[in-house]
Each structure stands twice: as structure tokens, then as C-alpha cells.
Design a binder for this molecule. Sequence first.
Ligand SMILES: Cc1cc2nc3c(=O)[nH]c(=O)nc-3n(C[C@H](O)[C@H](O)[C@H](O)COP(=O)(O)O)c2cc1C
Length: 139
Amino acid sequence: MARIGIFFGTDTGRTRLVAKQIAKKLGEDAAAPANIGRTTLDEFLAYDALILGSPTLGDGELPGQSVGLAQPSWEEFLPLLADCYLAGKVVAIFGLGDQKNTRKNSSTPSASSTMPWSRAAPGPSATGPDCVKTVNENR
Ligand SMILES: Cc1cc2nc3c(=O)[nH]c(=O)nc-3n(C[C@H](O)[C@H](O)[C@H](O)COP(=O)(O)O)c2cc1C
């Protein structure tokens, strides 16, 4: 199994294209990029290294159904991580946005600030109903 998981959300497909370019550069170390809206928690937690991509949509928001996407995306997936044990995972985030036309809500700071990676420090084991896997259980 590849060591690096690449997951993306997207509306019009650009973030998927960037994810594919990153995967191509990484070669066999990386799995094929997967749409986070079609990813299970088990699939996500199976990797110790994660590359996560998101556009900024709405008014500086993550993609998801509240900003008009037909399918679930980061907005729906992130709450699943609330009780997960993320210690030890290496996470990189890339963001797409239109800084020229939506400068006040530029992509990287707004979207990424809502991701829970500040909790990647040691914390309680996963016990919540939405997360039954710890990092170690997935190895
Ligand atoms: C409805 C809508 C809202 C957007 N809102 C923002 C925003 O608040 N800030 C920003 O930087 N870019 C914004 N953008 C630009 C997108 O983030 C940018 O076009 C991105 O490349 C789209 O990626 P995707 O093709 O993966 O969906 C918005 C685009 C759309 C269509």
C-alpha cells in the first residue's frame, strides 16, 4: 500500500487536477487521489502521511452541501474526525482560491483554519461514535 494518501474536495475540478499533479510527482509513494466526499474514515486513517486539498467556496468556506455542492465534501467529512486520534500523522494542505476576485476570503488561511490539524498533537484516544480507529489500529 502507498504511504501517502491524497484527498481532495472540489466543485469544478481544479483541486482534483492539482491533486493528480502532486500524485504524479510522488510516484508510487502516493495513492491515487480520492474525492473526500466518497472516502470512508477507515480509508482516510489508513495513511500516516496525508496531503489534503480544498478550494475555498461560498464566503471563504470549505466545499460542502451548505455552499451548494450536490455531493458531500470536506464540510461533511471533517466532523467525522472530531474524536479521532491523529497524533503522529504528517499532514500537508494545499488550497485553491481566486485571490484576484475574492481577496477578502482567500483560500489558504480561511479554508485550512477550519481543519482540525492543530489537534495532531498527542491527545485522547478515539472513543467517539464517529471514530472507532486509532492511528495504531490502522497500521
Ligand atoms: C461560488 C464560489 C465561491 C468562491 N469563493 C471563494 C472565496 O471565498 N475565496 C477564494 O479565494 N476563492 C473563492 N472561489 C474561487 C475558487 O476557490 C477557485 O475557483 C477554485 O479554483 C475552485 O476549485 P475547484 O475547481 O476544485 O472547485 C469561489 C468560487 C466559487 C465558484
